[in-house]
Design a protein around this ligand. Structure first.
Ligand code: TA6
Length: 289
């Protein structure tokens, strides 16, 4: 495929294809392993996505940071804990279907379809396409189509890791008045009163389709996180103890990131009929304070 001038394909490390975007509006990287946006730096801003210094860049392995594409299930497999957490597409090699650019930025579409390997994990036919617009804003859309003869049910997420100066100092707006579940504590729903602050491990699933704003006073910016096709927003930071259990995350890195995820999960389970599709979109804008 001929790539537009702002897009190149490298293999670093060897055998690990990465699309490198260098456009006047933004720069960034997308690994074909997992269709994984690892980097996005809009012109005039600091890097927006967090990448762990210990992230594995090995084909078939998930990447700690950027935007993991979690599908066709979110979290542990509901019936078989031996299957990979957060589905399998983030560990599969995707192909470039479309690559073009305009003055506004770069538009890339990556594609993946069912195979013997996927059917061994999930016995359904599907077509998946990840649409990435990278410019002054970043918009990622997971388009999944049921190419099977029977309906199937899915969950998933765009599991975005955001760079923050210090997670203990950020304020998360937009979820006031919603209900959430703190899975590690109990399945009970709790009301969110006001702004969310991170002062312990947080692994919450909010029932919400609202726009979230992360206010980062130290980096003097706000991250505006919109979404569509999702009624669940996951907010996650592993804090101290869980970070120590993550081999691909330095123990002292937990203050440097916050996950705000557009999800179909919890009560938001999606059934797709044959020939039909589901779109899960997250759009990120950066505003200087
Ligand atoms: O989205 C939050 C979460 O489900 C956490 O429970 C934690 O497991 C995180 O995802 C990371 O999962 P991973 O499989 O990428 O280590």
């Amino acid at each position: 495929m001929t790539l537009p001038p702002s897009v190149s394909l490298i293999e670093e490390p060897a055998g690990y294809p990465i699309l490198v975007i260098e456009h006047p509006a933004a720069s960034g990287r997308i690994a074909l392993n997992g269709a994984h946006v690892t980097d996005w730096i809009p012109e005039g801003h600091d890097p927006v996505l967090f990448m762990s210094a210990d992230a594995l860049l090995e084909t078939g392995k998930p990447i700690r940071g950027g935007i993991p594409v979690c599908w066709p299930w979110f979290g542990p497999n509901p019936t078989d804990s031996s299957k990979p957490a957060h589905g399998f597409v983030r560990q599969m090699s995707w192909e470039v279907d479309v690559a073009r650019e305009t003055t506004a930025g770069v538009d890339i579409v990556l594609k993946l379809s069912d195979s013997a390997a996927t059917k061994a994990l999930w016995p359904h036919a599907f077509s998946a396409r990840l649409h990435v617009h990278m410019g002054a804003s970043l918009q990622v859309t997971l388009q999944v189509t049921n190419t099977d003869s029977a309906a199937w049910t899915m969950t998933g997420a765009l599991h975005t890791y955001f760079n923050v100066e210090d997670v203990r100092k950020v304020a998360i707006h937009g979820l006031h008045g919603t209900q959430y579940v703190e899975g590690r504590l109990s399945p009970d729903k709790r009301p969110q009163h006001g702004t969310i602050v991170i002062d312990q491990e947080v692994d919450r699933m909010y029932i919400s389709d609202a726009t979230v704003i992360v206010h980062d006073p130290l980096w003097k910016r706000e991250l505006v996180i919109e979404k569509a096709g999702s009624l669940a927003t996951v907010v996650w930071n592993p804090w101290i103890e869980k970070s120590k259990r993550l081999a691909d995350l330095p123990d002292e890195a937990y203050p440097e990131f916050l996950c705000i995820e557009a999800a179909n999960a919890g009560e938001d389970v999606v059934t797709v009929q044959p020939g039909h599709e589901h779109l899960l979109m997250q759009r990120i804008d950066v505003r200087k304070l």
